[in-house]
Design a protein. Structure first.
Lengths: 382, 176
């Protein structure tokens, strides 16, 4: 029974409690409130709960009700079946990818020991590791995440093609060209990281990032691969079609790209899928480059700093405190990266399409290959 | 095609620092995030939002703001207008309609028996106020022209305009 219940609880908490909540709040707080603050405006504050505007959060509920009540239009001449399933095809990959994202290390039924002489590796003594904090434990988690992220291009392309509109078709084409181009440099920029960590398992990767250089510098991905972090961040922005790379829905040129012909909740699904993809890329960056659930110097059996070790509140209590601290660190990192992506959106003007392709093929790709070679060379020497 | 003036403008050359793009992105991000955090301060007086919360907070109009017309009153509460037709003559939108009537008081020659301003036609230019020789019409009520349901409601007659009016500082009918 528990074998069935635990995954269901994990899925509902992670997907509905975290991803959907963050993604749908981002439509309001990220897009409208944050831009208002940056542009010295107030932003939406007129929808109210009992006279309280609550940072404008009721607007998102009001928007949802409005979206549900709107007429659902399928344009004449469109392929009705494909036009209907396309929002789902965009939406599902953004959620399925969360299966491999670890929010915390495995839970240890015994006691956890951290070994400072073995690079702060944590071992579970007198018990076994239980996977409570990520939906799925997969050895090829990173490949899975990339595969899922890549198939979301089908949704966009199908939506563009099935709408029977030239704007939609252009948007779909732009979206597929852009995603395929950036997929390459995105994956290649991770080559160096993979060589250093030597694993595709995301949780193992995060564990490796708990290691320390000389007892004080955590071996996070951004420390060992700073260039790859920037490349991956840029490629991730382009991959999720965030500004400044939001060419597929370039409103002055092609109306709204592949979502031009969508209305009602189908439109809302398309939009939410983009925000969910943003959160997913933020989670991937956090896991690979920013140490995932690791907090510097905080380990499951106490705080290790410069060779010193102390355990506040006793062993048992500290284990639970460390669990909450680590989940909080992971959530904080994801939210920070989402915030940063939205800041990028409101800071940078949109590229021209040829500039996007130039950046992808002529700058990011050679840089990521060079990064791969230099990393391989250094690893060979060491 | 002979004399087309062509001015050659040099392209702005970018330094290597600017071309590498990431430092400039960081500079732009610092500007936007400075604005972001400044406008998140709990003390609202220190924020730099320029939004006017109009329906909740009335906008402060300048002193010479031209609003709804009003007809000023004499000391005894009668209308100050002497139906000289200056305002309706100068009105570029032709929106003032006056019919003069004979006043009972022999010291007052005429008064407007009908004085109607069509506020839909009014272009709020203020020429009627400039033209008035006896400070009888003003536009300093500070009120917007209100929205109408019916077209008739936009015709503001004498009594309605007098309700907004008040006493004038200027002396009227005095000897020279």
């Amino acid at each position: 029974m528990a074998e069935v219940l635990i995954p269901i609880i994990k899925i509902s908490v992670i997907v509905f409690g975290f991803v959907m909540a963050v993604a749908s709040l981002m439509t309001l707080l990220g897009d409208r409130k944050q831009s208002a603050k940056i542009q010295n405006r107030i932003g939406p504050n007129q929808a109210k709960f009992f006279g309280f505007s609550l940072m404008g959060i009721p607007h998102f509920i009001a928007d949802g009700i409005k979206m549900i009540l709107k007429e659902n239009i399928t344009p004449a001449g469109s392929n009705k079946f494909l036009h209907t399933i396309a929002p789902g095809l965009v939406f599902m990959p953004a959620l399925i990818g969360w299966a491999v994202v670890p929010f915390m290390d495995f839970y240890c039924t015994g006691t956890v020991q951290t070994l400072p002489d073995q690079n702060y590796t944590e071992i579970c003594v007198g018990g076994e590791w239980k996977n409570y904090f990520s939906i799925m434990h997969m050895n090829s988690g990173l490949l899975f995440a990339f595969a899922i992220a890549a198939i979301s291009v089908y949704g966009a392309a199908i939506a563009g093609w099935a709408s029977n509109s030239k704007f939609s078709l252009l948007g779909g084409l732009r979206s597929s060209a852009q995603m395929i181009s950036y997929e390459v440099s995105m994956a290649l920029s991770l080559g160096g990281v993979l060589m250093i960590y030597g694993t595709l398992n995301l949780n193992e990767m995060v564990r490796m990032q708990g290691n320390m250089f000389g007892d004080w510098l955590p071996m996070w991905g951004i420390v060992v691969q700073p260039l790859a972090f920037f490349l991956f961040f840029l490629a991730g922005l382009a991959e999720t079609k965030r500004a400044p790379f939001d060419l597929p829905e370039d409103e002055p040129v092609i109306v709204a790209g592949y979502i031009t012909e969508y209305s009602s909740m189908k439109f809302a699904m398309m939009q939410l899928a983009e925000y969910a993809a943003t959160v997913f890329i933020a989670a991937l960056i956090a896991v690979i480059f920013l140490g995932g659930w690791q907090m510097p110097y905080v380990y499951a059996d106490g705080i290790h700093f410069l060779g010193n070790h102390w355990t506040p509140f006793g062993e048992e209590a500290w284990y639970w405190i460390s669990i909450f601290l680590r989940i909080g660190a992971m959530v904080f990192k994801i939210l920070f990266l989402v915030w940063l992506q939205f800041m990028m959106r409101w800071t940078l003007p949109r590229f021209r399409y040829d500039q996007v392709m130039t950046l992808g093929w002529k700058i990011l790709l050679p840089l990521s290959i060079a990064n791969l070679f230099v990393t391989a060379f250094i690893l060979m020497i060491l | 095609m002979a004399n087309v003036n062509v001015k050659k403008v040099d392209r702005i050359t970018q330094t290597l620092w600017e071309k590498s793009y990431i430092p400039e992105i960081v500079r732009g991000l610092s500007v936007t995030s400075r604005h972001f955090f400044r406008n998140l301060r709990p003390n609202k007086a220190k924020r730099t939002t320029f939004t006017r919360e109009y329906p909740e907070v009335q906008t402060v109009y300048p002193e010479r703001y031209r609003g709804l017309h009003r007809l000023m009153l004499r000391d005894d509460g009668q209308v100050r207008c002497v139906a000289c037709m200056c305002c309706s003559t100068i009105c570029p939108a032709d929106c003032i309609h006056i019919e003069a009537g004979e006043h009972d008081d022999p010291t007052i020659e005429k008064y407007p028996s009908i004085f109607v301003i069509d506020e839909l036609r009014c272009i709020v230019c203020g020429l009627c106020v400039e033209a008035c020789p006896c400070d009888a019409i003003r536009m300093d009520s500070g009120k917007h022209i209100p929205p109408y349901g019916e077209r008739d409601e936009a015709f503001f007659d004498r009594d309605l305009l007098m309700q907004l009016g008040g006493l004038s500082q200027a002396k009227q009918g005095g000897r020279r």
